[in-house]
Write a protein that binds this ligand. Sequence first.
Ligand SMILES: *[C@@H]1O[C@H](CO)[C@@H](O)[C@H](O)[C@H]1NC(C)=O
Ligand SMILES: *[C@@H]1O[C@H](CO)[C@@H](O)[C@H](O)[C@H]1NC(C)=O
Ligand SMILES: *[C@@H]1O[C@H](CO)[C@@H](O)[C@H](O)[C@H]1NC(C)=O
Length: 440
Amino acid sequence: MFARNAVASVCSASTIARCPAGSAPRSWCLACALLLLLALAGLGVVVPLAARMRQEPRAADQLAAVRRMLAAVPLVDGHNDLAWNLRKFVHNQLHRFNFSADLRAVGPWSRSPWSQTDLPRLRAGMVGAQFWSAYVPCESQYKDAVQLTLEQINVIRRLTDSYGAQLSFATSSEDVWRAHRSGRLASLVGVEGGHSLGASLGVLRAMYDLGVRYLTLTHSCHTPWADSSSESLLDSSTGGQGLTDFGKVVVMEMNRLGMLVDLSHAAPATVMAALNATRSPVIFSHSCAQALCNASRNVPDAVLRLLAQNGGLVMVSFYADFLTCSSTARLEDVMRHVTYIRDVAGEDHVGIGAGYDGINRTPQGLEDVSRYPHLLAELARTRGWTMPQLEKLAGRNLLRVLGKAEKVKEELRRLSVDPREDWIPPAVLGDRNQAGCLGR
Ligand SMILES: *[C@@H]1O[C@H](CO)[C@@H](O)[C@H](O)[C@H]1NC(C)=O
Ligand SMILES: *[C@@H]1O[C@H](CO)[C@@H](O)[C@H](O)[C@H]1NC(C)=O
Ligand SMILES: *[C@@H]1O[C@H](CO)[C@@H](O)[C@H](O)[C@H]1NC(C)=O
């Protein structure tokens, strides 16, 4: 105690700060600094200080290396719900929305815990491609789900067009690379939930034509042909088989079209049935590892291993509830999940699907779309991720999967596989079907 006080009184911080480089009193200054350090050691300050000085330059180096990598390889995020917020907040009226603004300063976005996305922060986060979710709620099933989904696809396309200098609509892996080379973010569309199809393969094909490149087989409700992980199996439409015969046809038709099968939200039996039915690799657009948080939305180890055979990937969600099975999470928790999936499924089968704008509890350190480079830099610094592995995690894995789906499409076209014309008779849909004219 005495030593510290004495040193503090003789060598004040300002004395040291004023030490002139290379001048006469320099040795006195050095002695002072040394004494101060010794004194601080007594406080247990020096070790963490030294560790910080060792780490900080490395952290900055890693971040710089990650930024160079993301300039060459597009970071592809699997899921973002901005389009749903556009509907909720401005009724899809884009003249009332300024994507170039920092939305943390613009109401009602600034007041919403569900808003984490705008162009300035996407740019800071070096996002190269985004699957925008054309999500509509399960309450619209058997009502206006198809109309609402078309409106959500439309608002994503209009948003992309009206920010043409920053965004570029993309429907293929090559489109994503091209957009990235031109310095623009590639806008892709995913439809979240088979209820959006109105049980119609014609609607599925029309949505493909509008640019949709993945369909999540279910959201939080069973469809007439696939089971959701959120509803009781007692209400299963498939007799517990996961997919009906029509459901398997939906998967095959998606293979034929070149649309990715997304299994986030699917019931375990649906996951197994879809893996068995598909010829293309599948994705989980926003899910985590069940071994680390036992939630029904997360992927069990057995499926992670099957995914390695299938060639697909899990894109890790940043929702605290799926990361830690609690209401809080930190950047470290995302690192745990991506590293776990890399170790169990393999480095070719993991990606990122944060789910921003559809989540209200984000990890500390990953608060919004500006933070992806920090995640990658921390993985390199503390978890032994190599730069080639980070390239795969960031974008190469998803782009490989999309490219493979395009190849399968081409193979099936060469085999002259015809569009399927299966349908579900209204009598099977029963009185849930209120659309009236489907039987004609
Ligand atoms: C949108 O926000 C940007 C950035 O704050 C600003 O420069 C621009 O003028 C705004 N555009 C409109 C139409 O308000
Ligand atoms: C997998 O699909 C084949 C037909 O392609 C079928 O015969 C078999 O029963 C399926 N297995 C499971 C577990 O669904
Ligand atoms: C996960 O939870 C389910 C249902 O709550 C339970 O049946 C299962 O045993 C749990 N798994 C693990 C690994 O704890």
